[in-house]
Design a protein around this ligand. Structure first.
Ligand SMILES: [Mg+2]
Length: 301
């Protein structure tokens, strides 16, 4: 299980799992704009991807916080729609506030919340939470086993919730693989991303672990977050009544999560190509290759 070394390898990884991703009807062609200033009159609501659009790793992208403020000052609704799943909602909100993003707690919508809501709708079972040792899971519904803190209990649980990639813990990864091979159980993945841009390159995300488990065990993990519907549904539920989906713009740097997911949810989409994943990609070629076509291509937000 390796981290992608390049944005092209990341794109290839998403294409290899394309059959498992939602389908969508894309626009015939995209239009080019410098930034969202040119699009502000076209939309009432702006959904922002986080990694690659608002921040790279723990570093905010210059001008991003200012753009969110200017959109809000122009009367637009602004929300973050992210596959960030490591932190509980309150802690994640505080992290983005500390980075300078003037967001309300309800403006931060994550795949972790989408998974939590699905847990509440599903008959209770003893889930094992695959998270780092000491990770806070107090926001998740009860009856859980924290496998980061109790790694020897893998065989006791009735299913697994993946919040980390285990990329730096090959022994834990092998134990999980063996446990699932011997006794297949449901695996839910809190973050469908294969990788995320950090200051020094890509960091491996739980989607990569899910892909590896799908290839090496009898289990087909269930993925949460973009491009899948529940996280978009959650964000749309937090909008004022009556906003048509066509007045909502999903802004992101990744074709297979932000653009495919946004389009599948019936939203308009903008691909950011001056920063994040697509900045390192022949993005025009990637649009042609994947036929995942955004409505707009912008350099920066
Ligand atoms: Mg991104």
């Amino acid at each position: 299980m390796r981290a992608p070394a390049t944005a092209q390898q990341l794109l290839d990884g998403y294409e290899s799992m394309r059959a498992a991703l939602p389908v969508a009807r894309f626009p015939q062609r995209w239009s080019r704009a410098r930034d969202l200033e040119e699009l502000v009159d076209c939309y009432d609501v702006f959904f922002f991807d986080a990694f690659g659009v608002l921040n790279i790793g723990d570093t905010p992208i210059a001008g991003a916080a200012r753009r969110l403020n200017s959109l809000r000052n122009a009367g637009r609704v602004v929300k973050m729609v992210s596959n960030a799943a490591v932190l509980p909602p309150l802690a994640l909100w505080k992290k983005y506030r500390a980075m300078g993003f003037d967001l309300e707690l309800a403006d931060v919508v994550t795949s972790r919340e989408a998974l939590t809501l699905e847990l509440l709708r599903t008959p209770a079972r003893c889930w094992g939470v695959v998270a780092s040792a000491g990770a806070d899971i107090a926001d998740l519904p009860g009856g859980l086993v924290h496998l980061g803190d109790q790694p020897n209990r893998m065989d006791d649980v009735e299913g697994f919730l993946l919040f980390t990639s285990l990329h730096h813990d090959p022994q834990a990864r092998a134990r999980l693989q063996r446990s699932l091979q011997q006794h297949p159980r449901p695996v839910w993945v809190a973050n469908a991303d294969l990788a995320a841009p950090r200051e020094t390159g890509f960091s491996v995300q739980p989607g990569t672990l899910a892909q590896w488990l799908a290839q090496t065990t009898p289990v087909q993990p269930r993925l949460f977050g973009k491009p899948f519907a529940p996280v978009f549904d959650l964000a749309l539920q937090r909008l004022p009544i009556g906003v048509p989906h066509t007045r909502v713009l999903m802004v992101g740097d990744t074709l297979h999560t932000d653009v495919l997911g946004g389009c599948s949810a019936g939203l308009r989409t903008a691909l950011v190509v001056g920063q994040g994943v697509s900045a390192e990609l022949d993005w025009a070629g990637a649009i042609d290759l994947t036929c995942i076509v955004p409505d707009h291509v912008i350099d920066h937000i």
